[in-house]
Design a protein around this ligand. Structure first.
Ligand code: ZN
Ligand code: FE
Length: 256
């Protein structure tokens, strides 16, 4: 199993490092900033073999150019987006083989936050950028509620045990919001208490798991009767169908 750890960047981004255990080979996911990555490579004596990108936003790609100055490596990214230095454009169904890490990832198209957003799935791990967050989801900058709902539902069909590595530390605020739209869900309350303790101790709350997200993430639960009822109450609208409930929950979060 690889060793996966976060490099914190900016105020709440995580740049994920995937290192082959017992070796100095690694790749990074979404390096928004080069400095903390270069510091980590040198302090841990790691060698960067490739860069994986989920979507085109600056806080995910801002460090790519300087990392390429440091070492010419493959840059994997979404085929439908413009990514600096991209050598391997990817979309749904593609598979990548990172030979030096002995890892394979399958590519999932998950539009909604951006139009071409992709995820990397393999070895019971999911790197999903700003689409699925722990107890939350990304804002709809370029996609429709239908698209984001379909992307999230696609991710919920991954195995329960899948570890979810997302792009930001938003878990605590997301769970406070989840408590508003899903107040009678005991799993939300339990998770919020745990996450409050983790954050008070300065710990990273990730990775999450697909099982935990299915239980506590209101954006994955628009079919739930309680989520629907509370979304109707809070938005003052009658809602029909999962996409309408999802869209209402997303709007409530945007306004919170
Ligand atoms: Zn983003
Ligand atoms: Fe981001």
């Amino acid at each position: 199993m690889p060793n996966v750890f976060p490099i914190p960047a900016f105020s709440d981004n995580y740049i994920w490092v995937i290192q082959r255990d017992g070796t100095n080979h690694c790749v990074v996911v979404d390096p928004g900033d080069a400095d903390p990555v270069l510091d980590t490579l040198s302090s841990r004596n790691l060698r960067l073999d490739a860069i994986l990108i989920t979507h085109h936003h600056g806080d995910h790609v801002g460090g790519v150019k300087r990392l390429l100055d440091h070492a010419e490596v493959a840059v994997y990214g979404p085929a439908r987006e413009s990514i600096p230095g991209m050598s391997h454009p990817l979309s749904e169904g593609d598979e990548i083989h990172l030979a030096t890490l002995d890892l394979r990832f399958r590519i999932l198209d998950i539009p909604g936050h951006t139009a071409g957003h992709i995820a990397y799935y393999g070895h019971d791990m999911l790197f999903c950028g700003d689409t699925l967050f722990a107890a939350g989801c990304g804002r709809l900058f370029e996609g429709t509620p239908e698209q984001m709902h379909a992307s999230l539902q696609k991710l919920t069909r991954l195995p329960d045990t899948t570890r979810v590595y997302c792009g930001h530390e938003y878990t605590e605020a997301n769970l406070r919001f989840a408590r508003r739209v899903d107040p009678d869900n005991p799993d939300v309350a339990t998770r919020l208490r745990l996450v409050e303790e983790q954050r008070a101790a300065g710990e990273c709350t990730l990775p999450s798991s697909i099982k935990e997200e299915r239980r506590t993430n209101p954006f994955l639960r628009p079919d739930d009767a309680n989520v629907k009822r509370n979304a109707e109450k809070l938005s003052g609208k009658r809602l029909t169908g999962a996409v309408e409930v999802f869209a209402a929950v997303r709007r409530l979060k945007d306004a919170s």
